[in-house]
Design a protein around this ligand. Structure first.
Ligand code: ADP
Length: 289
């Protein structure tokens, strides 16, 4: 099994499960509630440990009870937090999530008041023991420095980058990773209603990267380094229960397979299967058997 470094954020997820999505100004009672550690990178790290990988997560956490709660949950999921940075006076990023039991949809209001993980912290991490590096596409100036620094210090370990949300100058990051993991909302936000046309644009910005784009219940698209393209359908579960973290789960599946030497097509098929399992269950625990 491999040693994987993940850089991104962890959130406190307060998830209310409801039997319908409320209209504005309505008051409804939740059927149940769960509070746990979330955030794209934290979810991906947690699933990679389920495969048996040794996963190290570099993140900023607030030095307050909710920050400690997140660290403890990561530890319980076997995610190492040796390079986490605790900050006094902040509050952990918090996602207030309404999960509609009827459709599995998740509506998120996010609040954060915490400094990001910065380059000064990252450059102190010894990189030589890692087999794979995964970054969230956020905090662009700092992550750009981290990616350049990783390229300079690595031997030949791959770098993957999650590109989920539009952010100023995010295109600067694209040529600096080997595997680019896009979301449908990023592609549609750029004005594309299909992944192949979106890949045409991205190929100009990242001539050598493997390109992957998830497309919700339609599965995912990939474009290999030799520009071969494939569509992989989703694996629908008997009932969609919880789509929260489907993309993070998908990304963990991709990293696991590519790291194992599988082709990109094999990796995307596996990731769609894993994400299909995920949307059919509540939460991300126990996904990898
Ligand atoms: P995100 O969680 O980032 O919004 P997507 O909604 O694109 O990501 O989902 C990621 C992957 O999860 C998809 O590529 C697909 O394989 C799977 N998935 C998402 N929704 C469904 C669904 N309703 N049924 C089956 N698979 C799904």
């Amino acid at each position: 099994m491999s040693h994987i470094l993940i850089v991104g954020i962890a959130t406190l997820d307060i998830i209310n499960i409801v039997n319908h999505y409320p209209v504005e100004d309505e008051e409804i009672r939740a059927l149940s509630q769960r509070i746990n550690c979330g955030g794209n990178a934290a979810n991906t790290a947690s699933i990679l440990t389920q495969y048996g990988h040794k996963t190290e997560f570099a993140v900023t956490l607030a030095d307050e009870p909710d920050g400690h709660r997140i660290r403890d949950q990561l530890t319980a999921r076997l995610v190492a937090t040796n390079y986490c940075r605790f900050v006094r006076g902040g509050k952990v990023p918090t996602s207030y999530i309404t999960l509609n039991q009827k459709t599995g949809s998740r509506t998120i209001v996010h609040y954060r008041d915490l400094p990001e993980y910065e380059y000064e912290h990252f450059k102190q991490i010894p990189l030589e023991t890692f087999d794979w590096f995964h970054f969230e596409g956020r905090n662009i100036p700092a992550v750009k420095q981290m990616l350049i620094n990783t390229q300079q210090r690595r031997v030949d370990q791959p770098i993957s980058l999650e590109v989920e949300k539009e952010r100023e100058d995010i295109d600067d990051l694209l040529p600096l990773a080997d595997v680019l993991l896009f979301s449908k909302s990023f592609a549609t936000g750029r004005g594309f209603n299909n992944a192949p046309e979106f890949f045409e644009l991205i190929r100009r910005l990242a001539p050598e990267a493997m390109l992957v784009c998830t497309w919700g219940e339609q599965g995912a698209w990939l474009r290999d380094t030799n520009n071969t393209e494939h569509h992989v359908p989703a694996y629908p579960p008997p009932r969609v229960i919880d789509t929260l973290a489907a993309g993070d789960t998908f990304n963990a599946g991709i990293i696991h397979c590519l790291n194992n030497g599988n082709t990109l097509l094999e990796a995307v098929k596996h990731a769609c299967q894993l994400a299909g399992l995920k949307v059919g269950q509540s939460g991300i625990d126990g996904l990898v058997l």
